[in-house]
Design a protein around this ligand. Structure first.
Ligand SMILES: [Zn+2]
Length: 124
């Protein structure tokens, strides 16, 4: 398994404000790791280690998301925190880049790289 480098994880946690964005039932609050919005498949691809596919998470939510059922995944998908797999890893990554993430305050962000996120303007 190729995990994102620690330096990338730390940058993503800082980018996202230091708190777990998943905020599932057992959330610990402080983010200590990163979660893949689109899960890497078996034999996974490094392309899905792109920072736009990573969000700040606590270890508990990171594990709980992996075991989550349809209702929880639907909620996470609504917040841009779960991305369904596309036909290819590249297509999946493009979907992640184009899908805004909702933070704990309800604001939407497009994830650019490990250090940058830009406000997403809702269409009115
Ligand atoms: Zn959490």
């Amino acid at each position: 398994m190729n995990h994102p480098p620690r330096v990338v994880k730390d940058a993503v946690i800082h980018r996202d404000g230091g708190f777990c964005i998943l905020a599932l039932n057992r959330c610990q609050g402080e983010a200590t790791t990163t979660d893949h919005r689109a899960n890497r498949q078996a034999g996974g691809s490094r392309i899905l280690n792109h920072p736009a596919n990573l969000i700040a998470a606590c270890a508990i939510c990171n594990g709980d998301k992996a075991d989550a059922g349809a209702i929880v995944l639907h909620d996470l998908e609504e917040r841009g925190l779960y991305i369904r797999p596309g036909a290819t890893h590249a297509a999946t990554l493009q979907r992640a880049i184009a899908t805004p993430v909702m933070d704990l305050a309800g604001d939407l962000w497009l994830l650019v790289d490990a250090h940058t996120r830009t406000p997403y303007e809702r269409e009115s």
